[in-house]
Ligand binder design. Structure first.
Ligand code: UDP
Length: 553
């Protein structure tokens, strides 16, 4: 149907002439293939060759012009997973004159975002690797709006969560397989290729054991805005949170408390909680709350989100379904259960998410430490943790091991064996961990009042010096408040002063409540000091240092 649309909406001959005359134009951001996104005019795709094609003409543009470095290892990552060698993007070059000998191109008029989904079968990967990055890539380039066309080039079928991808734009996303239907040569009038990695917080262990990314750039604010946008698209209203924000009267709080509930997210095929009913009873009794269960096998995704968005606590086995904690209201608790011999500290995608600044979720993990409470599945397929294919010796070693050692992704049989165990949750130890964990639950009020605003630079920093005796001197440093402070209500404003004797490599730090101070201890006559001053709001919001002062006594 799109072919008809395209022919109706753009003048075919004008487009063809533009391609023939101007060729392809590419302008990219990013110094490295790992942080690059490229914008193209007239990027083409040859479905027979399964190659993107760049047509050179006198007015084509290729920036960066990397020459053959374009293949070392690639122009860019097509998925949000960093430098994965199955996710590289490149194109083949041809002179525009070659078009004469090629099938007639079909033009795609939509502004297109071309990307690879990393693992569309797994809900965690769907959100972390695809939906969040695509959502914010589209925010980065304003012409990637609700009318944008998404093209998924990883080559998989729709997968079980395709409806979620449909929420990103009003147009049906295209799969690689479907590009054939558009003819042998299709040309995207305007397209972007690649995904922003700005929102990802986890690395899956391809080069070092899995863990939080080294430099996380996303905060709870962006995750929550994305979550709200998705909920709007799913027509879900988060009743609970708006009430919470509005009401403050005691009786309202009481009423609200009656509505509080716990969600147990259950898995029905693998990594089971064997005594789920008992666990639910224990939770209900302990917290005097309703407990509801959800599972991907039994509810639609929107109805699950609806339930989770009003919950006070989400309890689940480690697994992809826990990504739905991004829909929890602020102040809720995430309780993640781990099977025997799996160390929670080493598998932290959900802990990292819950702990992002501004996510305001309370994370608690529990692990099964009783081997008699685990049910292993050595005879299953290797993907589901079976170990029957291994040497007897290796099988015995794995069976005897009490903790999975650190390992790389993704086919470590000991890891798979342990993570696919079913667990009989020991209720007393579970409640103990939960009660202990809830003691340190940060009050939401505190988190809310704590502002996100950082101080500006202190202004007009000055120093004055005087020499008292041959071995005593004074150094007075003064400054004005940061410009933004006069517009803010800040609970605590302090200043930090660093004093360094020129040529030394250590410095003395001071925290001061006022805007000037005279230092006399450790200040020597006829010496040059370097002095830095910055402002600090509420103990941990650091401002920038003002320009360094050079002060000679
Ligand atoms: N899944 C599920 N119920 C199950 C087992 C898996 O809904 O009993 C879902 C799970 O949420 C994920 C996908 O199936 O989206 C793949 O699960 P897998 O165990 O392979 O991955 P993990 O949950 O460990 O990331």
């Amino acid at each position: 149907q799109s072919q008809e649309v395209s022919q109706a909406r753009i003048d075919y001959h004008v487009a063809l002439q533009a391609l023939q005359e101007h060729g392809t134009r590419m302008v990219c951001t990013g110094k490295m293939h790992t942080d690059r996104i490229c914008r193209f005019d007239y990027l083409c795709y040859c479905s027979e060759a399964e190659e993107f094609v760049f047509f050179h003409s006198n007015s084509s543009v290729m920036l960066p012009n990397l020459g053959s470095r374009r293949f070392q290892p690639a122009l860019l990552d097509l998925s949000s997973v960093e430098d994965h060698n199955t996710q590289y993007f490149n194109f083949v070059e041809l002179p525009a004159a070659a078009l004469k000998f090629m099938p007639k191109p079909v033009f795609v008029p939509d502004i297109t975002l071309i990307l690879n989904r990393f693992n569309p079968d797994n809900l965690m990967h769907v959100f972390h690797d695809d939906l969040l990055p695509a959502y914010y890539t589209m925010k980065q380039y304003s012409d990637l709006d609700d009318e944008a066309r998404l093209v998924f080039m990883e080559g998989w079928g729709e997968g079980p969560h395709f409806d979620l991808y449909r929420l990103l734009s009003s147009k049906q996303p295209l799969l690689k397989e479907q590009l054939k239907n558009f003819g042998k040569l299709m040309c995207f009038t305007k397209s972007y290729v690649g995904l922003s990695k700005m929102t990802t917080w986890y690395q899956y262990g391809f080069v070092q054991p899995q863990g939080p990314k080294a430099n996380i750039l996303v905060s709870g604010n962006e995750i929550r805005q994305f979550a709200r946008a998705l909920m709007d698209k799913m027509n879900i209203t988060r009743v609970k949170e708006t009430e919470k924000e509005g009401g403050s009267a005691e009786d309202e709080k009481e009423k609200e408390k009656k509505d509080d509930y716990i969600v147990v997210f259950s898995r029905s095929t693998t990594r089971l909680i064997l005594n789920e009913a008992e666990l639910i009873m224990a939770l209900a009794q302990e917290f005097q709350m309703r407990v509801v269960t959800v599972s991907l096998e039994e509810q639609s995704f929107p109805s699950i989100v609806q339930v989770i968005s009003g919950a006070s606590m989400l309890v689940s086995m480690h697994g992809a379904q826990l990504i739905t904690s991004l829909f929890l209201p602020r102040g809720a608790a995430v309780v993640e259960l781990f099977p025997f011999a799996v160390n929670p500290e080493q598998y932290t995608p959900y802990k990292t998410l819950a702990s992002l600044p501004g996510m305001d979720l309370h994370y608690i993990s529990w692990r099964n430490t009783k081997e008699e409470n685990t049910v292993t599945h050595p005879d299953r397929s290797w993907e589901q943790g079976g170990i029957a294919h291994l040497d007897k010796e290796e099988q015995d070693r794995i069976q005897a091991s009490k903790e999975v050692p650190r390992h790389l992704c993704c086919r470590n049989p000991e890891w798979l064996f342990r993570i696919y165990q079913d667990t009989l949750v020991d209720i007393p130890s579970f409640l103990e961990v939960l009660k202990e964990g809830m003691k340190t639950k940060p009050s939401l009020k505190k988190a809310k009042v704590a502002s996100m605003v950082h101080p500006g630079r202190v202004r007009e920093p000055k120093c004055q010096t005087s020499v008292q005796t041959s071995n005593e001197a004074k150094l007075t440093v003064s400054w004005q408040i940061p410009w933004n402070l006069k517009f803010l209500k800040v609970r605590e404003v302090k200043y930090e002063v660093w004093i360094q004797e020129q040529g030394e490599n250590t410095y003395m730090p001071y925290i001061l409540p006022q805007q000037n101070y005279t230092f006399s201890e450790n200040i020597k006559p006829f010496t040059t000091y370097l002095v830095w001053v910055r402002c600090i709001f509420n103990k941990n919001l650091l401002g920038p240092f003002a320009d360094v002062l050079t002060c000679r006594t």
